[in-house]
Design a protein around this ligand. Structure first.
Ligand code: HGY
Ligand code: MN
Ligand code: MN
Length: 403
């Protein structure tokens, strides 16, 4: 039975938070390949080594700590959103580290760790695990650019000589990712653990309306080709047209808008914005794609502007492995009694990509008030500790029942 050291686990989470600590509360700014991200990865690599694991950075900067033989893989990611919380991704990596440390001290099943790079999509969507799993090629990913026009190829160059070859997935029996829920369900129900049954699918692309830049005082309204007005019309039209095909779980977001030249006295000539949508059903994701494109084309015609579509990124919805879920259910019953439920994940995770390679499962702990992708993200320590105990118990159970 793996006995984790709860105090050391919470201390490590707080130590990791020092890399990129920012904003109010427990906020973190640690985007992929930033100095704080790379420094955090170096610290984690040292800790992996101390836990008796062999360290390997792959060409993307995905960091693995490998046990000496076939093992279960645990982990998540430690890059953050531009304004992120201290637990999103970090929790799964620090939980994996604590379990590996405990195994080294007490003996126990072989446990390897992964810390994926760019899960939060500075460049793509779950970029590091997408490339590792073969969902995207490295040549393709290298062309991805961040909001400032920096390419992934350029950014990953900053990791320099650390990076070696890709790690073969064949040595892993399965993958379990522990994560915060990032939504309100567990908090509302007052439960401690969520066992994920499926993960949402996503589509994400940039759309540009190109109009005509001109003087905001002298250009009559009827002759303007205003890029912002085009976006505004598009947003209204899209909301109308989606009404009849979406479910209450379907979500769509325009979260990033770059308007040019972004000045009060200039009719904006160009707007590029992110268009993202998520749904649990592939068919609906594809139907929304058609609606997004036709609405943008109709707006372009009506507003006499041109429209262009960037590269479509996406991950299809995925089911979790029943056998691994069974181990988590056993462990949850043992650790928290009935204080758990099965749930769907509306957030994306590296687990989606890894599920292409091996049996994969996830467990959640509550997010206070359901807040995440915000400096205000937090979880109570007892819930963090229950989560890692469930994870450790599930690992024990799997080895007891397979080997
Ligand atoms: O966007 C997501 O769901 C993930 O947190 N990157
Ligand atoms: Mn995450
Ligand atoms: Mn996230």
């Amino acid at each position: 039975m793996i006995e984790i050291n709860a105090e050391r686990f919470i201390l490590s989470l707080n130590k990791l938070r020092e890399f990129g600590k920012s904003g109010v509360g427990k906020g973190v700014v640690r985007p992929a390949y930033s100095l704080s991200d790379i420094a955090a990865r170096d610290w984690i690599a040292e800790q992996m080594q101390l836990a008796g694991l062999k360290v390997n950075f792959d060409p993307l900067g995905n960091l693995f700590g490998l046990a000496s033989m076939d093992s279960i893989l645990l982990g998540s990611h430690t890059d953050s959103q531009p304004e992120g919380g201290w637990l999103d991704g970090s929790l799964g990596v620090m939980a994996a580290l604590e379990i590996a440390r405990s195994v080294k001290e007490q003996g126990g099943p072989p446990v390897s760790i992964v810390n994926f790079q760019d899960e939060e999509g500075r460049f793509g969507v779950t970029t590091g695990s997408a490339v590792w799993s073969g969902n995207a090629s490295i040549a393709e990913a290298d062309q991805f650019k961040d909001v400032n026009g920096i390419s992934l190829k350029e950014a990953r160059g900053l990791m320099g000589e650390r990076c070696a070859d890709f790690v073969s997935p064949d040595q892993f029996k399965g993958f379990i990712e522990m994560h915060i829920e990032q939504g309100p369900q567990l908090d509302i129900k007052g439960q401690q653990i969520g066992i994920v049954s499926s993960i949402v699918g996503i589509r994400d692309m940039k759309i540009t309306f190109q109009g005509e830049q001109n003087h905001a005082g002298t250009t009559p309204m009827q002759v303007r080709k205003d890029a912002f007005q085009s976006l505004s019309l598009f947003n209204n039209m899209l909301n109308q047209r989606l009404r009849n095909i979406v479910t209450p779980q379907t979500v769509w977001t325009i979260g990033q808008v770059i308007i040019h030249p972004n000045a009060p006295s200039i009719v904006p000539g160009q707007v590029t914005f992110s268009m993202q949508w998520r749904d649990a059903e592939l068919d609906r994701l594809l139907r929304i794609d058609d609606i997004v494109r036709s609405a943008a084309l109709d707006v372009a015609k009506e507003m006499e502007v041109s429209v262009s579509f960037g590269t479509m990124l996406g991950l299809d919805p995925v089911e979790m492995d029943k056998n691994l879920m069974g181990a988590l259910e056993y462990a949850a019953n043992k650790t928290v009694g009935s204080q758990w439920s099965k749930m769907h994940s509306g957030a994306l995770h590296d687990a989606t990509n890894v599920a292409r390679l091996m049996p994969t499962a996830m467990l959640f702990v509550p997010s206070i008030s359901g807040i995440s992708h915000s400096f205000d993200e937090n979880t109570d320590d007892p819930d963090l500790i229950s989560g890692i105990r469930v994870l450790a118990t599930a690992v024990d159970y799997l080895y007891a029942n397979v080997n």
